[in-house]
Design a protein around this ligand. Sequence first.
Ligand code: GLA
Length: 384
Amino acid sequence: MATEQVTQRFTELYGAEPDGVWAAPGRVNLIGEHTDYNDGFVMPFALPHRTTAAVSPRTDGLLRLHSADIGAPVTEIAVDDLAPGTDRAWTAYPAGVVWALREAGHPVTGADVHLSSTVPPGAGLSSSAALEVSVALALNDLYGLGLDGGELALLCRRAENAYVGAPVGIMDQTASACCEAGHALFLDTRDLTRRQIPFDLAAEGMRLLVVDTRVEHSHSQGEYGRRREGCERGAALLGVDALRDIPHAELDAALARLGDEEEVRRLVRHVVTENERVRRVVELLRAGDTRAIGPVLVEGHASLRDDFRVSSPELDLTVETALSAGALGARMTGGGFGGSAIVLTDEDTAPAVTKAVEEAFAAARFTAPRTFEAVPSEGARRLR
Ligand code: GLA
């Protein structure tokens, strides 16, 4: 359906059918938050929500961009004019991908692009990565570049870091490009090795809910960058390349060495314990003990709230309310400062949890949240 709609709209806009249609999903992160720019571990999975891109190549150096989700006419940019930091609109994401491909020496000579997305923007569910990866995969196929999912993810991160100006890590782009249905993706962000971990909650009578608090977050704003700088400072003070290099068993000694650097101590404690939590979740899932990951998610939330300080009142209320209503575990997911939380529940408890969270938001006079079930879905692929 989405494929037909974007094909039709593309044809109306550009006067000919697209050469192909591609899709790339948003993600939630099960565990491993703010670890990806510390060379650590993450474990996201792909959502069924995705960005669909209808694309044809051009040979005249023109990039034409249109989105069904933005009420604006087609934007035209000459690929030779693409320059980091010049575009503050949504078009910076796809344009940044073209720029990054060309910077890496790939002969991309233009494209007509029409996009349509079901990933809610600003909800911490990686709408940006879905957009970037859908366009990158399309250009990879159309120009015969032969890049694999991991390589495309790196180029998309480059686009976001250098062109858009958001200092994000590699998790979201890799999730969008490389996830598989029915699995969570265990990614070592240092050597970029990936392992698909079977994650079929429905088969075990459980559900994972996403609660979008409808409080928009943004990464290009300062707080995310400040956390990142604080972590880099921690690594420098401790004499390691990245906080990944501090083993969990040596955390106390490392914290003692940081003396009265209270802010840095908190950041370091979060990252080191969070890497350990990812390992624990991987072990529990491999042992078939899925229910036992609940308390690990709750610990992760407390660490993000108290040590890393990236939660929000809405996220905290979601987690507290869900747990009181009988959920097995809950935590904020993604960068924080708003966005979404995830809640692990038994199938029978899910409706009561959803209702309790809605009522708690109403009582607190927060904007009504949007709750949906997250089913681990497939990564980016060609649809047509
Ligand atoms: C955002 C970034 C990711 C990652 C998370 C926090 O989603 O895009 O790279 O840093 O925040 O885990």
